[in-house]
Design a protein around this ligand. Sequence first.
Ligand code: HEM
Length: 472
Amino acid sequence: MANRYVDERPIKSNLTARANKIKLNMVLSSTMIDLVPIALALFLGLALFFRLLHFFFAEKGPTPTDLPKGSMGWPFLGETLGFLKPHKSNSLGSFLQEHCSRYGSVFRSHLFGSPTIVSCDPELNTFILQNEQKLFQSSYPKPVRDILGKLSMMLVSGDLHKKLRSIAVSFINTTKSTPDYLLYVEKYSISAMESWKGRQQVSFLKEAKEFTLYLMLKTWLDIEPEDPPALKILEDFLTFMKGFVSLPLNVPGTPYAKAVKARARIASTLREILKEREKSKVGSSKSGVLDEILQKGNLSDEERVSVVMDLVLAGYETTSGLLSLVVYFLGQSPYVHQKLKEEHLALRRRKGEGEPLNWEDYKQMEFTSNVICESLRCGNLVKFLHRKALQDVKFKDYLIPAGWQVLPVFTASHLDPSIHENPSEFNPWRWTDPAMNRKVTPFGGGLRLCPGVELAKVETAFFLHHFVLNYR
Ligand code: HEM
């Protein structure tokens, strides 16, 4: 490169030296001209780099003293990768542990593309949930919104949320304690367990997913597990869930792109099913609770499909996850397993041969309920929620700026040693203290408190009844 710019021959005479000087000057000035675009590009690049650094690292709006302490991480990515690093469900994970010990239980960060306040403070978490739609609002990153659909209850607010939620609540409350529904919970539990006989190995989570999905399809839409739509929906749900928790890259072939398509297929299958039921119902008495409630709600076709999607989506992964967690913890705690079995043996003795379980039996399963609650505390199915501050919010000494993302992290309070004695221990007996219900919030709270709490619990309790009586 050097000899392109500088003449390296020895200088023989003044003349040649002068000529060389002129030549050198010319070479240098042409070099300068060549370098201008490079220098300009370098300058612009550096300017952009420092602008980005400023954008991500500089404090915006409020002064640093107003904001919780923290770090905004790398340009673009912020600290998202660290935050999402996999860790055991019954642990806080290294990211939260390090950040809480360095900055305190409320800190600022940059996550999922937005400046964020992360709260591991139980008081602030309750405050956030109780002020939904006043100071905070449910707000999910774009890839999640795209995959859930614009009418999803999790995403909408105000009157539309009220309307869709009231349909979901009314449906769940009507269904959860009916003898028909409870009979199917038992029937499907027994048939799942019978299918395990003679098998060397059972993949429990897969079985639990099939159990919860088929139960919903049968009791809500009258679709049998062996009917073609059931298999299609199951397959699409598996693709959907795989993509839901993957890198949100909407490029053909990626799990995320496949999930977006699977969601569209589920919606269209459900639309067809609802339409068919509407047609066959005319002039017949064969209409289910779901049809009746959907009719009363004065919903558009799109809203009806969205409510059913929400219910199936919200109920499918969570309840099957809960069943798997309980069975996992029972496997680690033979004494708890024994006590649980005793409760169900005593219950069985009070009932007639083959007599089905009912809502009162469920209400009497006290220890079972404690086992379920403790599995939710230790297992942390839903680790955190997505919210956005609607205005500047002052809480204790912290300022949460308007427009910032806010993440209340439940895992932190579920595993906090200042709240729970020996928090990593699976101990259902701690639930004999009624105050535990206020200290543990696996189902969220406020306006968006999960409407499926009892549905998830009764399904799990009845499944466990047959499980502990038949399996070691
Ligand atoms: C172990 C089981 C479950 C857990 C841990 C769970 C957890 C949650 C949580 C934390 C929320 C609040 C979301 C937020 O505030 O943004 C929620 C909302 C919701 N859940 Fe559940 N859930 C479970 C089971 C179910 C079941 C069985 C159903 C219905 C079949 C259901 C239906 C819903 C619906 C429709 C919402 C949205 C409520 C709204 O935005 O107003 N969930 N769930």
